[in-house]
Design a protein. Sequence first.
Length: 580
Amino acid sequence: MTFTREDYIRAITRIFDKHNHAIGTGFLVAPGYILTCAHVVLQAMGIDKREFALYEGVPTDLIALDFPVLANDHKINAKVVAWLPYSLSQGDVAGLKLLAAEPSGAKSIPLTQVNFSDIKDEEHSVYGFGSVEGGQSDAYKPKTIIAGERFQFYKAGNPNDETIQGGFSGAPVWNEQRNCIIGMIATAIISKEEQRSKAYAIPKKELDKEPNCILKRLRVYSLCDLIEKHLQQLGNDQKQKLRKAITTAIDLCDSGSVWIEKETLQSQLLGLSILGNRGWNGVDRLTQFAVFLASMDAVPALMYRQVKNWVEYSKFNFDSLQTRAISEKKERNVSPAYPREHLVVEVKPDEQEENNVYISIWAIGDPDSYDSKEPPPPLLETKKLLFTELPSFIDQWIDEEESLDDPMVHFFVPRYWLAQNLDSYKTNSGLTLGSQYKLVMRIDLSQSPTLGKYYKWWGEKWRKILREKAQSLAGATFVRADITQKKQLLELKYAEMAILENLTEAQVEEVFTFITKKTALPVALWVRRSELSDRVDHLTSPRVKTTRIQAVAAERIKMTLLRESFPDFISGRHSSKMPY
């Protein structure tokens, strides 16, 4: 979708203080969400500018605004949902959620990422509220990059004039040549002679910078609101089908390469939003999810149109992306109506014959509705076979089971088997088990020598992580399992999640016993294949190294990690009615 100057002006909001004076500007950056400056919000609350820096917490006051071009004086209240406190060189950003729908005709306009060198000779304009009526500024050009990677502007034709009227803070900067918004005005550094502020803009790159990711958050909130609204309106059967469609769409985005909180849909989508593009050139993972979801039969017609608008407002061609999504679902054997099943395979060694194993199989359709206290009956109960026959048997069994549709396979095994390359074994199809199916290996705690002893400790740590990380991802600690000094592993006491590297079969029992006893980590992920270890080599050292969460998130898209699908499995509270 392309946007015009008329779309730009219609997306602009006028923000009022408690005395009904226009004091700043904002703009519709996602359906239902406004972007503006933190100091504009503080002005609207009546806070003296000398105290702006004191307000670090998210304000709770409602903010009044209107869309003057479309609905003059029709005020809408908004609440602050994203907040970077006021600062002259960084921060000073606020995201507002409208408590009533924006007027008809208002289109949310995304920001376009540009390089300073590409636009330094191009003219820009700003529509804001230096007066109550509002109006367009003079033509501006970028002059230089200042602290916080912000663009300093000057009036075209007068390089010495860098000022702009008050009331333009929070206004979107419109590039006349490219017909797009390249940043948001955030004025500061008052010129005492003229009592006017210098004009600088926060570019898209800075507004999307981790760990705050303001723009990504507002896109997530907007899409989540849309989905939740329809879930609330549906009957139980339709609601259940839509939830399954949502699960399938998330799976299709290959979200298994990152650890994602499962507490809420919002936290899952936030997890998707920080992942890099994968497979779809130039299309972020959140947009991929939206397109996959729209292609599901369970999506109501009105919701389909709204998701389509959401995608197109992000400057994507929905129709071409939907064609791609449908094609990819066919390639991966995903029905529009039914999600992939989760196939749980418990593998136990035969104590009498070491080459044999016993397996049992369960199928779970929807992890969110799964109740560990009332598990489904096994589809296969206690089958004995050679360990080397396991991949081919699983492949043939899935092929013959008509009720399954491209399942994700979860192998629960003794922990000393974690270092075995089960995923590299050949199936009847001539493919490896890991390439043919989405596959993870998990520890079967019923076969662990520490069964039950540490459950309470694990549970407490897991609940602490969930409380503290309700809106973000857990921090990860990379550990080389072949380190020589165990005391280095004690740093795991302060970790939220561990990723083990160089874990050989001989080390598994020793390392996991140590982790269990000393750190109470309920979850441990590992990278077994050398090519995967190489990809994270620059993030690790022979010592335990806690890595910044944003660096971990950037690398997770390149690694194969466990996808934690079932909360009961994660925390160790496994039902006695099932062997896991």
